[in-house]
Design a protein around this ligand. Structure first.
Ligand SMILES: [Zn+2]
Length: 588
């Protein structure tokens, strides 16, 4: 099973109780036989994420994601199958045997990545040790950090270091036994005319660590202005992609697990994060100097619901940021914008006005929508008729984005007080601009095919969950047409042959990729309460539906065959079978 023995996977699944594993990430509430919570994989207000603690699988009625304990950990941690297996084995105290990797490419790319991680980790140690070496140049970096309020504990927490020059790091890593090519692939050294040099030579070094506590890159800051870029990041590599990394996410995750996180503060630069953490704002994070991506929004959403945007206090920058913030909102994060005094960054506020002043600014952060109105107000000259007209047009667009009626009302009142236009007139504008709701397509009648599909699902679910009413059903009685159902059928047949009780969540090891959706649809039937009808009778009806479908298809085939058959004897035989099928159909 993807390089692991079936028994080990089985042990990992049985020793990691699904309900307790999921509970360690999110609250679950027991209702009847199942546990419910708000889905961690899509944004929702009311719980539709259901965990079956008896058969150990989950299913979301909203986004239809489903799986077992391994897929849950893969999804929520953003890691692959073998890392999830490792993590769960560790949790349950199971020692994993050496894997017989069957896929050579997978094995090689994994080995490569592990080598890059090792190089990055050793480089981080090298930089960290140099910063504390007592070297005159190193002390300059310490002095700079001290000025920004970054003390020994914070240096240690981030593993901050410094690069002495362009040669020391490659030489050190070479002595450690790494090849120059691998160092270059890890992004820590560059190459020019056959000479390898420290890509961040002479800079203050801040390691970028991912949510799995692995060093993936570095951010280098130059102290003296020598015409070089102030900040340089490690280039993108096999283990580092800017768009899916958030700086300090490792500490945010730790914070969440230890004391819980109310919100995260999103700032612009790595040094802003470091000095905010030094000042006691441990929940600060930063993107990697690019605009925010969907991946980053999802990553953040794993650890918090609310994000406070605390970008530098220059208006142009804030205005440009608004668009990036939509991405956060789209992923279901509650976005608020902190307004800083003009020309100041978060660090300036903390250093010059104190911790309490910054705290007060965080407290008064405005919802994204209010912030947008602010931006509009500062963009257009409301005193001028034309400016006012444009402002109102743009402001109404913002109002229409808001789904809540109460919020819309508040916004209209705000626009009224900004412009002096009456509330009624604004409301009329809003209503006139509303698009008529699209006419819902008529629900198509359930066709025979759909009915057959439902019946296949129900019969399979009843067999998988060993329902008493399905005890007398003979597996060979009906054929299953859907390819995923055929796989489930094969599994059931195997269980029957070996005299084992079926374990539904084993199917997550057999059915993968896009086929999971159909598997989910089958397993989800177990989660629906069905008190309103007689299960046994419904089961019999489904079996009948399937038999009817089987016979109808057989009759169709036999009819075609007998029509085209030229040999009289064989044709007689086909017609005889056809008549038998027809009478069997009539008996149903
Ligand atoms: Zn969901």
């Amino acid at each position: 099973m993807r390089g692991y023995d079936e028994k080990i996977i089985d042990e990992i699944k049985s020793k990691n109780d699904l309900v307790s594993v999921i509970s360690s990430y999110m609250p679950l509430e027991q209702r009847g036989r199942s546990f419910w919570g708000r889905c961690p994989f899509h944004h929702e207000k009311t719980p539709s994420f259901c965990v079956n603690g008896t058969d150990n699988f989950y299913y979301c009625f909203g986004c239809h994601k489903s799986g077992d304990v391994i897929s849950f950990v893969m999804e929520i941690e953003g890691i692959d199958f073998s890392d999830a297996v490792k993590l769960l084995a560790q949790k349950a105290g199971i020692t994993l045997p050496e894997r017989g990797e069957n896929d050579e490419n997978v094995r090689r790319s994994k080995e490569k990545k592990e080598k890059l991680y090792a190089i990055l980790k050793d480089a981080a140690h090298f930089y960290y040790n140099y910063l504390k070496s007592g070297d005159e140049a190193a002390d300059k970096f310490l002095l700079y950090l001290g000025k920004r309020g970054v003390n020994g504990a914070t240096v240690k927490k981030f593993g901050i270091g410094a690069s002495p020059d362009f040669n020391a790091l490659p030489a050190y890593l070479k002595r450690k036994g790494y090849a120059y090519e691998d160092m270059a692939e890890a992004g820590v050294v560059g190459e020019k005319n056959g000479r390898y040099y420290d890509a961040l030579g002479g800079r203050l070094i801040i390691p970028v660590i991912n949510q799995m506590n692995q060093v993936v890159a570095f951010c280098g800051r130059i102290l003296e202005d020598k015409g070089f870029a102030k900040y340089v990041n490690t280039r993108e590599t096999a283990v580092f992609s800017k768009g899916s990394t958030l700086f300090n996410i490792n500490n945010l995750k730790k914070l969440k697990n230890e004391v819980g996180v109310k919100n995260a503060i999103m700032v612009e630069g790595h040094m802003d994060v470091v000095s905010l953490v030094a000042a006691g704002f441990e929940n600060a994070v930063a993107s990697m100097g690019t605009s925010l991506t969907k991946d980053q929004a999802r990553l953040l959403k794993r650890y918090t619901d609310t994000v406070l945007i605390s970008y530098d206090g220059d208006f142009a920058g804030q205005k440009a940021a608004v668009r990036g913030l939509e991405i956060l909102k789209d992923e279901g994060l509650n976005v608020k914008v902190v307004t800083l005094p003009d020309g100041m960054d978060p660090d300036d506020v903390v250093q010059k006005q104190g911790k309490a002043a910054y705290e007060a600014l965080l407290e008064s952060a405005k919802p994204l929508i209010d912030f947008k109105l602010d931006v509009l107000k500062r963009t257009y000259d409301i005193g001028d008729t034309e400016g006012k007209r444009k402002f109102v047009a743009e402001a109404m667009k913002v109002v229409r984005e808001s789904p809540a009626a109460a919020e819309r009302e508040d916004l209209l009142k705000e626009i009224r007080s900004m412009t002096g236009i009456t509330y009624e007139s604004l409301k009329r504008d809003l209503e006139n601009a509303e698009q008529p709701a699209p006419v819902k397509a008529e629900i198509a009648p359930i066709e025979a095919k759909e009915k057959n599909l439902q019946a296949e699902r129900y019969v399979l679910a009843s067999l998988l969950f060993s329902k008493k009413y399905a005890e007398n059903f003979q597996l060979g009685e009906v054929r299953f047409t859907h390819p995923v159902h055929a796989e489930i059928y094969d599994y059931l047949a195997e269980c029957k042959k070996e005299g084992k009780t079926p374990k539904p969540n084993v199917l997550y090891d057999i059915v993968e990729g896009e086929d999971r959706a159909e598997l989910s649809a089958v397993l989800a039937l177990e989660l629906t309460e069905r008190r309103d009808y007689d299960e046994a009778r419904y089961f019999d009806d489904c079996v009948k539906t399937l038999k009817r479908g089987n016979l109808e298809r057989e009759i169709e085939t036999l009819t075609k065959l007998s029509e085209s058959e030229t040999d009289i004897e064989r044709r007689k035989e086909l017609v005889k079978r056809l008549m038998e099928s027809v009478s069997a159909l009539n008996r149903l």
